[in-house]
Design a protein around this ligand. Sequence first.
Ligand SMILES: C[S@@+](CC[C@H](N)C(=O)[O-])C[C@H]1O[C@@H](n2cnc3c(N)ncnc32)[C@H](O)[C@@H]1O
Length: 398
Amino acid sequence: MQVEGAGHPLKLTGAARAGALCGAGCAPSGRLKGVPSRRRPLDPKPGTTRPDDGRPQAQTHTHTVTDFEAEVLPGLEPFAVAELKGVAGVQQVRVEEGAVGFRFVGNPAKLVHLRTVVAVYQTLHFAVPRPRALLGHEHLSRLREAVATLGSRQAFKSFRLSAAGSDSAVFVRLTEVLSQETGLPHVPDEGELLVRVRRAQTGAGWEVLLRLTPRPLSSRPWRVCNLAGGLNAALAAVMLRLADVREGERVFNPMCGSGTLLIEQGLVSPARLVGCDLNPAALACSLQNAQAAGLTSVELFEADATATGLESESVDVIVTDPPWGDAVGSHTGNAALYPALLGEFARVATSGGRLVLLTHELRLLERVLAAQSSWEVLQQFRVFHGGHHPHVYLLIKR
Ligand SMILES: C[S@@+](CC[C@H](N)C(=O)[O-])C[C@H]1O[C@@H](n2cnc3c(N)ncnc32)[C@H](O)[C@@H]1O
């Protein structure tokens, strides 16, 4: 399928959206039955437990209580917490900068459908004073079992160890022994199972974190085409949650690049999706990604986002990450681009329409917002993304 020339919208039609709508809600509900563990919250030894109240058990329920940690882009923690709290079995949520810890009762396969986090790790706590003690038989057995359980759900071909001082003798030895114990070769930069070793975040001891998936969750399987300046998919998912898209609404993504925002929206709920970009190569990239995601109803067209040709008041939601003037565009160009964008967005948005915008051009955007009256800022926050601290803005059209 070709992307057509300027002004010719391309409707994607055809292949069925097999599995495309399967987000967290599509995951089979946890197979493990039972009630939450009665272990004390800070018990450092999670594992398989059985109800034991002294009475005969009519039937035995086996359930696994395990500690996990979600890696999160700093600034997005509240969104990750909200998403996690919607997953049955998530308990005892603790927030730190860039990480959300929690306990989980159920099948961890449910956790790999989270959209607003970068990655999820199982956390193993070891009451040891220094990492050398992890080489002890008991701790190695525990690690081997945890890796084997993880490997029974998700095949890993190799592993890599990440720790402060990972080239020290003790970590080199731990890496060798882990390779022997798990049967996985150690591949320093590319190993699929990421094993992180660090001091316990609270209290004494050390922790080993095992990433549940070979790639971060934010590296979406639909991304078959990459472009410079491509948006982190977890951040795109957060921007869309902020936009609060309702069924049947028309969502416009000007400057769509590789299509991250359109695809993330298409995968969580049906909406009328429209994207444009000046660059035909970007449109072709969006198209490839949308097809890989199984989406069949994305409208893409080549246009300048400052003069889209869309009808006035025809879109309910606009989501966009205009150039920041470093990897894409220039600061001089942005000085003229941003006011023109805000004007065009005000023209095409319905009254009460929402605009969610991510930018690092903070002073410029503040000046542009101060000089106009169409958009009111409802929310603004900072996020750490790609070595920068851009802000996400939620605006509503007056
Ligand atoms: C930061 S990138 C968008 C990245 C996108 N969200 C993604 O995930 O790939 C900005 C995009 O804006 C496009 N662009 C720049 N100026 C434009 C303009 N005036 N009109 C339309 N598109 C423009 C560029 O071609 C580029 O694809």
